[in-house]
Design a protein around this ligand. Structure first.
Ligand SMILES: *Cc1c(COP(=O)(O)O)cnc(C)c1O
Length: 418
């Protein structure tokens, strides 16, 4: 195709995208976010979700009214804030019940707490299983837990683009496996695992399963209870819009709660927290997985983000996410494959989270040019670009514009003797 013909197909794609935006039942949700520079296109929500419009006012109210005016009198409202926000995440995004989720420290620490609790409960076993496409912090934490408990980590090789093959997990599971810890959606390829099937396989081997839902929560529907998941953690600052460094949640299936002990015994996990007793006694409920005073300001911001996810609803978010993904993938094939890109994600949208990863030999040199074209996407070394089409605040026209900007800067780069 000539440049003129390509420009024509972009123009007709843009026309179609305008129609899709006009019919989009979630279109109004975009206005619930701050868009400081409308010309900028933001497909970086897998690193940090956009700022919800209500967040600043809710923070100001918390600071001025509750902290500034009521001071310590407001304390009683804060003592169970982690649980209340945990219940809200459970209801809107996790398919879990009340009393199964609390919010607290960062994802790495939450993962550490639950991994230690799990291996203590299977102390006669010596292996932790994970996969090599799991997020680095997860692998570091699991390595540390294994070393401290005289265990070994078996890291299964996942396919770089399509994720972990469950046959590899089947073959690795035996009576020596204590814990299997995987990401539901891979941060790199976007591969989405079959949670129900993994849970079943792990349970058949008598082991426990610990999910990292960081790239899945708020992006794809999750059914922790129906699929019989044991344990899970997830980030608050990606598709839950809690802001930089937002606290992460942890989930413990209700029937496991009084049988697991986490390693950081703090007063917020005590069964009689305010009695100030000399010795630690864990609360029988999910509270025992808390440690200290929750980050109230951060939780206030997180609550604003979760409110928007709940307002949209996971079914509508998934439907739009798939529609955006389909359009993006078609445009990528038409306009970006000819300039050297290939797919580094599973080819079926229903087998992915909301990000799509592309491979290009010159990705590291193209990425700064993309940024200069006012398109925010991730670069992952050495040769990957990650585009996150978050259904809560991405327009169909943004997708067309993004592909057009990538095509233009890539053409310039290649034409410039790159
Ligand atoms: C973003 C992310 C984290 C973040 O960890 P923090 O300790 O909260 O910084 C952890 N795991 C995965 C899979 C992530 O995507």
């Amino acid at each position: 195709m000539t440049d003129g013909q390509l420009a024509g197909t972009i123009a007709s794609a843009m026309e179609e995208a305008r129609g899709r935006d006009a019919e989009d039942v979630l279109a109004r949700m975009r206005d619930r976010f701050v868009t400081a520079r409308p010309e900028a296109i933001y497909l970086n929500g897998s690193s940090l979700g956009r700022l919800p419009a209500p967040t600043a006012d809710r923070l100001a109210l918390m600071v001025n009214e509750e902290w500034g005016t009521n001071l310590a009198e407001a304390r009683t409202q804060w003592l169970d804030l982690s649980e209340r926000i945990g219940d809200s995440i459970a209801q809107h995004a996790l398919g879990a019940g009340p009393g199964e989720v609390v919010v607290g420290e960062c994802t790495s620490v939450q993962l550490y707490k639950l991994a230690v609790a799990a291996v203590r409960a299977r102390s006669e076993r010596g292996t932790i299983i994970t996969a090599d496409d799991n997020f680095p912090t997860d692998r570091y934490v699991l390595d540390g837990v294994a070393a401290d408990h005289g265990m070994s980590v078996l890291t299964l090789p996942a396919h770089a683009d399509t994720g972990l093959d469950l046959d590899a997990l089947r073959a690795a599971l035996d009576e020596n496996v204590a814990l299997v810890s995987l990401s539901l959606v891979s941060y790199r390829s976007s591969a989405l695992l079959d949670m129900a099937e993994v849970n079943r396989l792990v349970h058949d081997a008598g082991a426990l399963v610990l999910w990292d839902l960081s790239h899945a929560v708020g992006a794809v529907p999750i059914e922790l209870e129906d699929t019989k998941a044991d344990l899970a953690v997830g980030s608050g600052y990606k598709h839950l819009y809690g802001g930089p460094g937002a606290p992460a949640f942890l989930y413990v299936r209700r029937t496991l709660q009084d049988r697991l002990r986490q390693p950081i015994q703090g007063w917020f996990g005590h069964r009689q927290q305010l009695e100030m007793l000399p010795a630690y006694e864990p609360d029988p409920t999910v509270r025992r997985f808390q440690t200290g005073f929750p980050p109230v300001l951060s939780l206030t911001a997180l609550a604003a983000g979760i409110g928007l996810v709940g307002e949209a609803g996971m079914d509508a978010l998934r439907a739009k996410g798939l529609a955006l993904a389909e359009m993006l993938q078609d445009l990528v094939a038409e306009h970006l494959f000819p300039v050297g890109y290939t797919l580094a994600s599973p080819p079926d949208a229903w087998r992915r989270g909301v990000h799509l990863t592309l491979r290009h030999a010159d990705a590291s040199r193209i990425h700064p040019l993309v940024s200069r074209a006012d398109l925010a996407i991730d670069h992952m070394a050495p040769d990957l670009l990650r585009l996150s089409a978050t259904p809560l605040n991405t327009r169909f026209t943004d997708i067309v514009e993004a592909v057009d900007r990538i095509r233009m800067v890539t053409n310039e780069f290649l034409g410039g003797g790159g």
